[in-house]
Every structure is written in C-alpha cells, then in structure tokens.
Design a protein around this ligand. Structure first.
Ligand code: FAQ
Length: 311
C-alpha cells in the first residue's frame, strides 16, 4: 500500500474529517469496519428474537404496541447497518450467509433467554442502556455512513431504554410477586450485560488500531465503567439489588467498583455454546428459507422491468 496515501488518510482522521465510501482508505480499515458494522447488523437482527418471543404475550395493548415498535426499530437498524457495510464493498448476501453459517459473530447478549415478562423490562433497561453507551460515541466514528446511521439509531435506542425502564418501575413498585420477577430478571441479565462491552482492554485485540482510526472513542473497560456508574443509581431508585457482592463506591475515583466478570462464560457464548445460540441461528435460518419466495419474486420483477426498459 502507498505510504503517502496512508499518511494522508491518518491526517484526515486526526483532523476529524469523515471518511466517505469513495475515499481512499487502508484495506485493514475497510476490513475492520466491515467486520464491526456487519456484526452490529447481525446483533440487531438476532436481537429481535428474544423480545419477539413476548409480543404475543405482552400484558396490555399499550405494552404490546410499544414492544412491537421497538422490535420493528431493531429490524430497521439491522437494515441500515447492512446498507452501511455495503458501502464498503461487502454484499448483503455474503454477510447474511456468514451469519447463517455460523461464521460471523453477533452480540453475546442475544444468546440468553427471555423467561418472563420482566425480562422485557430488563432487556430494555440494561441491554439498550448498554447499547446506547457504546453507540453514542460511534456517532463520531471516522466512517461517515456508520456515524450517520448511529444518530438515528441512538434516538430510537433511547426510546427503547425508557420503554424497558418504565416496565421495571411498574414491576418494582407493584406487588411483591412483581418485584420478585423484576429482581430475578435483573439477577440474570446484569453480568451478561457487562460482557456486551467486549473483553477487558488488555485482551481487546482490535482496540489500539480502532482507536487510532477513531472508530473507537472509548475503550471497552471505559464504556463498561460508564454503564455501571449510570446504572447503579437507577437500580437504587427501583429498590432492586445488583447481583454483585463486590459492588462498592470508590469515593476517591468517583466510580462504582464491580466484581470479577466470568470471562469463561463470555468465551463459551462466543464459541456458540451459550444457552440459546443454536435456537437463535435455527430461527434465522428458518426465516431466511421462508423468505426465499420474496427474494425470488423481487428478482423476477427486477428482471421483467429491465427487459421492458430494454425494449
Ligand atoms: N459479543 O478486540 P475486541 C444492539 C468480539 S447492541 C460477541 O474488543 P472490537 C442493540 C469482537 O467482535 C449490540 N462478540 O473487538 C439492541 C472481536 O471478534 P472478531 C451490538 C464480541 O470490535 C438492543 C473479539 O470479540 N452492538 O444490537 C463481543 O474492538 C436490544 C475481540 O474484541 C455493537 O455491535 C460481544 N459482546 O470491540 C438490539 C456495537 N465483544 O471480529 C436488540 C458496535 C467483543 O475479532 C435489542 N461494535 N466481541 O472475531 C463495537 O462497538 C465493538 O465491535 C465492540 C468490540 C465494543 C463490541
């Protein structure tokens, strides 16, 4: 690769200029962004499944309407993200195949089950809360199409987070049984949510380069800490207990210190052995197969239009 072009590219990044699809970029920048954006897209699409599980069982019409809107938003996010990845030269088919064949990663968090209605509250509050913490800085990512997609995505995620927190408030201020359901959901989702931010900084293989390229603005551990600091007071307001005996406020640093994360569990989930990995991929494969007729009809229509235009 041309050293002059690479140096000029880094100068543009350093000057906070946005890199656009037709601009020169290092092959490794294109590759890492394609990886991150496609993993992010897959997460949105697979992320529809745990919540989709509760649409038909939402406790009221109002709850159902909000959940339905949230899950549809996630589908929309997945589609803009695939489109952003396509601007880097990847094809949608190739990316979807990677997911369906189990060759692509998506967020570990979506491999956990939603066992009760309270899980919908916990997912909105914590999973969307974590997603926002990670995505707000991505609005300033050096790659223009990704940064711009994140602006709208973050606005929608903030509605999702409030939707979840409001469910938690209702349950936590409800009957003792409802409060116990909320506590149980928090107990099960808390640690997996901390894992969403990725491996600890020392083990994060992509961090240094992605930071230099201004894809990442904060490290995995920095974002995890911000999330813990923001979430502890929310749990206190709910009157719920975070399932971490080591959680303590460090007066000097002004941060909540948390206990050891079980990285073995994280690795197992990434290796395909989480509680729902197989179900999630099976559901996506089934949806893809059942949608074959739509793709065929769209292609046939496109071919017909093309033939008509050529006449
Ligand atoms: N799960 O070197 P690093 C949502 C992988 S939010 C699975 O630190 P990087 C909204 C990582 O990809 C969730 N894999 O990597 C929603 C890499 O693998 P590779 C999605 C993980 O990229 C809410 C390897 O480990 N959000 O969907 C995870 O610098 C509710 C080494 O890691 C995004 O994707 C994990 N938790 O930092 C939807 C945000 N963590 O490629 C529905 C964009 C790490 O070498 C309902 N992505 N890995 O094989 C990012 O910000 C970054 O990619 C990180 C990882 C921070 C996730």
């Amino acid at each position: 690769e041309d050293a002059g072009l690479a140096a000029r590219f880094q100068e543009r990044v350093d000057a906070e200029e946005r890199i656009e699809p037709n601009d020169w970029m290092p092959a490794a920048y294109r590759k890492t962004l394609t990886r991150q954006i496609s993993q992010h897209a897959h997460s949105e699409i697979v992320g529809m499944l745990p919540e989709g599980n509760w649409i038909t069982r939402a406790p009221s019409l109002r709850r159902k309407a909000a959940l339905l809107a949230k899950v549809q938003d996630e589908c929309g996010h997945g589609l803009y993200l695939y489109a952003a990845a396509e601007t880097l030269g990847a094809s949608r088919e190739e990316l979807v195949d990677q997911l369906l064949e189990g060759r692509a990663k998506y967020s570990s968090i979506f491999n956990y089950p939603t066992l009760t209605w309270a899980d919908i509250g916990a997912v909105g509050w914590l999973v969307d809360g974590a997603a926002i913490m990670n995505q707000i800085p991505l609005c300033r990512c050096s790659y223009g199409p990704y940064a711009r997609a994140m602006i709208r995505v973050c606005k929608e995620e903030s509605f999702h987070q409030r939707q979840g927190y409001e469910i938690m408030v209702t349950l936590a201020k409800g009957t003792p049984e409802q409060k116990a359901m909320a506590q149980d959901a928090l107990d099960r989702w808390w640690w997996p949510c901390l894992m969403m931010f990725g491996p600890p900084d020392a083990a994060s293989q992509h961090s240094d380069q992605s930071t230099r390229w201004k894809i990442k603005r904060f490290s995995n551990d920095e974002l995890r800490q911000k999330f813990v600091d923001a979430t502890v007071p929310q749990a206190q307001y709910l009157g719920l207990t975070l399932p971490d005996p080591d959680l303590a406020f460090d007066e000097e640093a002004g941060h909540w210190r948390y206990g050891e994360i079980d990285w073995e569990e994280f690795k197992a989930v990434l290796a395909g052995n989480g509680p729902c990995n197989r179900d999630r991929l099976a559901a996506r494969r089934k949806a893809h197969e059942e949608g074959a007729w739509v793709r065929e009809a769209a292609s046939a229509y496109a071919a017909k239009r093309e033939a008509r235009a050529a006449r």
